[in-house]
Ligand binder design. Structure first.
Ligand code: IMP
Length: 186
C-alpha cells in the first residue's frame, strides 16, 4: 500500500518524508488545495480535510494540521496559525509578546489518515516550549525561528536540522504514531 500526503507545505513534506523513511515507509505527495474549515479543533479541521482528500483521490491519504498555542494569548493563534502567519508573521507575534514574562507556548500536530471505508484515524503530537525574544535561525518554516522547545538545548527549531527537529517536535511525535500504526497494519 502506498500513502499520499496531501499538503501544499513543502516544509512539512521534508520533515514527514525524512522521518517515515527511517521506518521504511515511502510516500507520495499531492499538492491540491483543500478547503480548511474554521474550527477551534485541529482534529476537526484535519478530519474534514482528510475526507475531502479521500473523496478527490480515492486512494489511501493523510493530511496534517498544526498550530502554535501561546499561553499568555489564551491559545492564540492555535488553529488559525496559518492565517496569522500569512498576515502578521512571526514578527507580529513577537510584537504581541513584547515585555511579556510568560512566554510559554506549545505546538500541536494532528494527522488524519484514511486508508479505505469510513474510518479516519487520528494521531496527535505536542511539543512544549517558549517564544524566544528575537528570531534565530534559518531552517524550517513558519514560526520555527521564534520557538524554543523545552526538550532541546536552547536553540530555536530554525537553528536545528530536520533530524533534530523531528526527534522532539509535535510533528515528529504524530508521524511516529502514524508509522507505528501503519506497521501494525502490514
Ligand atoms: P497548517 O497546519 O497548514 O494549517 O499550518 C499552520 C501554520 O502553523 C503554518 O502555516 C505555520 O506557519 C505554522 N506551523 C505549523 N507547524 C509548524 C512548525 O513545525 N514550525 C513552525 N511553524 C509551524
Amino acid at each position: 500500500m502506498r500513502l499520499t500526503f496531501v499538503t501544499t507545505n513543502m516544509g512539512k513534506v521534508d520533515e514527514v518524508r525524512s522521518l517515515l523513511k527511517t521506518f521504511g515507509i515511502e510516500i507520495d505527495v499531492c499538492t491540491i488545495k483543500l478547503t480548511e474549515i474554521q474550527s477551534d479543533s485541529l482534529e476537526e479541521i484535519a478530519t474534514r480535510s482528510c475526507e475531502e482528500a479521500y473523496e478527490i483521490l480515492r486512494r489511501p491519504v493523510f493530511v496534517e494540521d498544526a498550530g502554535l498555542f501561546i499561553e499568555r494569548l489564551n491559545g492564540f493563534p492555535g488553529p488559525y496559525s496559518s492565517y496569522v502567519y500569512r498576515t502578521i508573521g512571526f514578527s507580529g507575534i513577537l510584537r504581541l509578546m513584547e515585555g511579556e514574562e510568560n512566554r510559554a507556548a506549545h505546538f500541536k500536530s494532528c494527522i488524519a489518515c484514511k486508508i479505505s471505508g469510513d474510518i479516519i484515524n487520528l494521531f496527535s503530537g505536542i511539543c512544549v516550549g517558549r517564544i524566544s525574544n528575537e528570531p534565530r535561525g534559518s531552517s524550517g518554516f513558519g514560526f520555527d525561528p521564534i520557538f524554543i522547545p523545552e526538550e532541546g538545548d536552547g536553540r530555536t527549531f530554525a537553528e536545528m536540522n530536520i533530524e533534530e527537529k523531528n526527534a522532539i517536535s509535535h510533528r515528529g511525535k504524530s508521524v511516529r504514531l502514524l508509522a507505528e500504526w501503519l506497521k501494525l497494519m502490514r
